[in-house]
Write a protein that binds this ligand. Structure first.
Ligand SMILES: Cc1cc2nc3c(=O)[nH]c(=O)nc-3n(C[C@H](O)[C@H](O)[C@H](O)COP(=O)(O)OP(=O)(O)OC[C@H]3O[C@@H](n4cnc5c(N)ncnc54)[C@H](O)[C@@H]3O)c2cc1C
Length: 526
């Protein structure tokens, strides 16, 4: 089969469509972030929480920041998005806050609100970048700040907001969108500076290309995307002039076979499009199909992205503007409010798909579902659909009640007089004394099941482990068992674990060796 591994530098990834709503206080952190761990567990994918810092194409390995061993691949897809390109402006790294990663930005934003409310002092916030993201962000921050100030009985106008952009605002949308937003900014008292980019950032102020200086106590950087430096420094991939990965319409690198890229980090040379989530999302299904085709050695298929896209751009409060090609409407007022409610519904539905994972099976035939779930039988399939994802926070341990029931069923558990603290007095570790004049021999064995009968497998595993002791001329006194059983209904997990441990105990008992403790978990296989 194929092992899919996701390497991600964050395990809670934001849904950008809802980020302005998070900043405005309409949504919580959880409502706007996808938890990758249960998602990957559901798809039976391995997750590595680390940061990719390079690709060794010759040896087909992904290099990781933490220094742990690199990860082997046959086919890889690089989907790392953008990095804020503040670095090219003098002082921006030191004196501005990039909007991505959102965790860092949000913490700064919350701290700013607390500071303003605690001290009640006037302050000026500048957002640099007049695309949809920057515009939404400026309006959302203003909306939230005013609400928090009002709650604290402070002047709602204490904090002033300014949007600064190199060209005109909303450059990738119709002219009418710009006009509507200029009206919204004017109505909300947000200053807009167009056609005057930031040349230098200093402590407390920004110097623009025209030479104009603007006071700024907090500057948020939300400009055109830049690409990660490691792509240039540490991969052999051909990049475009901005450092993004050049790909064919198949989403495969133009220079390296079996390396794919999608989303903001990719530049489909034949179909250039703005960096936007709507395009990234649409590339998902063709990417998945071509990854499969590459693995099966089949011909790849071209993908042509849509040329116009629907944008629902929010105005901070609960209203929005619809932008589609040359058409736009909405803004402040009843139509805009209706559009916001529509967007809210779409966004919540989208996020529900990632939280309510069994629903992802909806409409699928059973034989299309995970082979592992199917192998566990129709009862498990039903349970998987009915219950939320199993908890992975505790390392997918077998539940305590299941374990204690299994232990009860195993009684009498084999013992040995040298075990001071064992399974009969459960603690974090076992205590075993070594008789005077003797030494302690330790060994560990672990392997996958090659038989279907868990009882036989338990016996084989115990004999195999004891064999190493006997080979050393040692008398086995105590054993720790590490047992992994396939995911399933509690009853099935319990039965499999019981059968396997019963087999092991039968061998240990005969050898006079205590079962002193161990660890059990649920996994993909026995
Ligand atoms: C405030 C804001 C609002 C936006 N609103 C919209 C909108 O309403 N509609 C829209 O279409 N677009 C919107 N966008 C744009 C949208 O966010 C992006 O186009 C979209 O997220 C791109 O998806 P992606 O998968 O390519 O990258 P990302 O969503 O950025 O995902 C990349 C992932 O890779 C991880 N990563 C990065 N580097 C590494 C590494 N080296 N190793 C491992 N993992 C790594 C990141 O943590 C992240 O989880 C908005 C952007 C902003 C800033």
């Amino acid at each position: 089969g194929v092992r899919v591994t996701l390497i991600a530098n964050t395990l809670r990834t934001p849904y950008s469509g809802m980020l302005p709503g998070l900043v405005a206080g309409h949504y919580t952190w959880d409502e706007t972030h996808v938890d990758l761990q249960p998602l990957c567990k559901f798809g039976n994918h391995r997750v590595i929480h680390d940061e990719c810092v390079g690709i060794d194409y010759e040896n087909k390995r992904i290099l990781l920041k933490s220094g742990r061993p690199s990860v082997k691949f046959d086919v890889a897809s690089v989907d790392v998005g953008i990095t804020p390109s503040a670095g090219e402006v003098d002082g921006a790294d030191a004196h501005t806050v990039p909007v991505k990663p959102i965790g860092g930005f949000n913490a700064r934003w919350e701290a700013l609100m607390t500071r303003v409310i605690e001290h009640g002092v006037e302050c000026q916030v500048c957002v640099v970048g007049g695309g949809a993201g920057g515009a939404e962000l400026a309006l959302s921050m203003r909306c939230r700040m005013r609400r928090e100030l009002a709650k604290a009985n402070l002047d709602e106008n204490l904090v002033k907001f300014t949007l600064i952009t190199r060209g005109e605002i909303m450059p990738t949308h119709a002219k009418s969108v710009r006009k509507t937003f200029l009206g919204v900014f004017a109505e909300h008292g947000v200053d807009v500076v167009e056609n005057d980019g930031v040349m230098r950032a200093e402590n407390g102020k920004l110097i623009l290309q025209s030479g104009r200086a603007i006071e700024s106590n907090e500057t948020i950087w939300c400009t055109q995307a830049g690409a990660a430096k490691w792509l240039r420094d540490n991969t052999p991939l051909v990049l475009d002039d901005k450092g993004f990965i050049a790909v064919n319409p198949t989403l495969e690198s133009t220079s390296h076979k079996n390396i794919f890229a999608a989303g903001d980090v990719a530049n489909v040379l034949k179909h250039p499009r703005p960096k936007a989530g709507v395009f990234a999302v649409r590339q998902g299904p063709p990417l998945e199909k071509n990854l499969r085709r590459a693995l099966l050695g089949e011909a790849l298929v071209d993908f042509t992205p849509q040329s116009v896209f629907l944008g629902l751009i929010t105005t901070g409060d609960k209203s929005a503007v619809l932008s589609y090609g040359k058409m736009s409407f909405g803004g402040l007022g009843p139509v805009g409010e209706k559009l916001w409610r529509w967007k809210d519904k779409i966004d919540r539905k989208w996020m529900k798909m990632y939280a309510d994972l069994p629903d992802m099976m909806g409409g699928k035939k059973e034989d299309e579902a995970s082979k592992i779930a199917l192998a566990a039988g129709p009862e498990t399939m039903a349970a998987l659909r009915a219950v939320p994802m199993r908890c992975g926070g505790c390392g997918a341990k077998v539940g305590a009640t299941v374990l204690s029931r299994v232990m009860k069923r195993l009684e009498p558990i084999p013992t040995n007089p040298n075990v001071e603290i064992g399974i009969d007095q459960p603690d974090d570790a076992a205590v075993v004394s070594t008789p005077p004049g003797m030494v302690s021999i330790q060994t560990v064995d672990y392997f996958r099941s090659f038989v279907d009968d868990p009882y036989i497998f338990g016996q084989v595993a115990a004999v195999h482990a004891l064999g190493d002791c006997w080979a050393m001329g040692a008398d086995p006194h105590a054993a720790l068992a590490i047992a992994s059983v396939p995911y399933g209904l509690e009853a099935q997990v319990e039965e499999t674990l019981y059968q396997m441990m019963a087999g092991a105990c039968s061998v240990l008992r005969e050898a006079g060796c205590a079962l002193a403790g161990g660890h059990s978990c649920e996994g993909a296989e026995l």
